[in-house]
Design a protein around this ligand. Structure first.
Ligand code: AP5
Ligand code: MG
Ligand code: ZN
Length: 215
């Protein structure tokens, strides 16, 4: 299964990608996660990316295209992958097409998760992530059993630096201007499936599986 999860910040791309990863036994390729890891490690790429990310803007296309190109060649992507947060611009989508052609691979589907803007702000301001294992939560919609602690590993739950309301608004604007055009891009390519992302997490998952005809 070679899949793209498309959708605005907070649509549930990461939440669904993690569940699909377990189900299909293929990796989640999240450019956001890869960039955050680089920022944490202080690599040259991370240092460069941090400013764009903190401002809610996009990291330059050549940087993320390079990351994904390298990642998709790793052996664990041989059976498939779930792209989460990439591509985000038309040039990134074109570059992905070239990379996949070089690797002799084809996309199976692009799933677009649709969620209202106001709901996105509430989801992102309430999001928490485990510092140790990266598992995601929401203080209202998907709370941990013990407040502030990860169910899976007991790690401390933290908030992402870019999940402040002002930065969230900027990220939503950037999504509309740079990423939304990919919906028609992939519709024209005959790959697009649209899911109502306002539904419960488990219902969204079920509908994705139905759209992929593997339910
Ligand atoms: P990235 O990490 O990709 O962030 P994003 O696209 O803004 O998306 P999020 O991770 O915020 O949302 P999500 O859809 O994964 O939602 P989640 O499942 O967590 O990118 C961060 C930054 O890196 C970018 O701003 C940019 O600077 C840079 N970057 C990354 N990729 C790039 C690229 N390709 N090009 C250039 N720059 C790039 O869910 C959110 C919350 O809602 C959670 O708390 C969850 O529990 C809850 N939730 C999920 N589903 C539901 C539901 N159905 N109902 C209720 N609550 C739900
Ligand atoms: Mg995410
Ligand atoms: Zn954890």
């Amino acid at each position: 299964m070679k899949l793209i999860l498309l959708g605005p910040p907070g649509a549930g791309k990461g939440t669904q990608a993690k569940m699909l990863t377990d189900l299909f036994n293929i990796p989640q390729v999240s450019t956001g996660d890869i960039l955050r890891a680089a920022v944490k490690e202080g690599t040259p790429m991370g240092v460069k990316a941090k400013g764009f990310m903190d401002a809610g803007g996009l990291v330059p296309d050549e940087v993320v295209v390079g990351i994904v190109r390298e990642r998709l060649q790793k052996p664990d992507c041989a059976a498939g992958f779930i792209l989460d947060g990439f591509p985000r611009t038309v040039p990134q989508a074109d570059a992905l097409k070239d990379t996949l052609a070089e690797l002799g691979k084809d996309l199976d589907a692009v799933i677009s998760l649709e969620v209202d803007s106001e709901a996105l702000v509430e989801r992102l301001t309430g999001r928490r992530t485990c510092r140790d294992c990266g598992r995601g939560y929401h203080i209202k919609f998907d709370p941990p059993r013990v407040a502030g602690k990860c169910d899976a590993c007991g790690g401390e739950l933290i908030q992402r630096d870019d999940d402040k309301e002002e930065t969230i608004r900027k990220r939503l604007e950037v999504y509309q201007s740079s990423t939304e055009p990919l919906i028609s891009y992939y519709r024209k390519a005959g790959l697009l499936g649209t899911i109502d992302g306002m539904q419960d997490i488990q219902v969204v998952k079920k509908e994705i599986l139905a759209a992929l005809s593997v339910a």
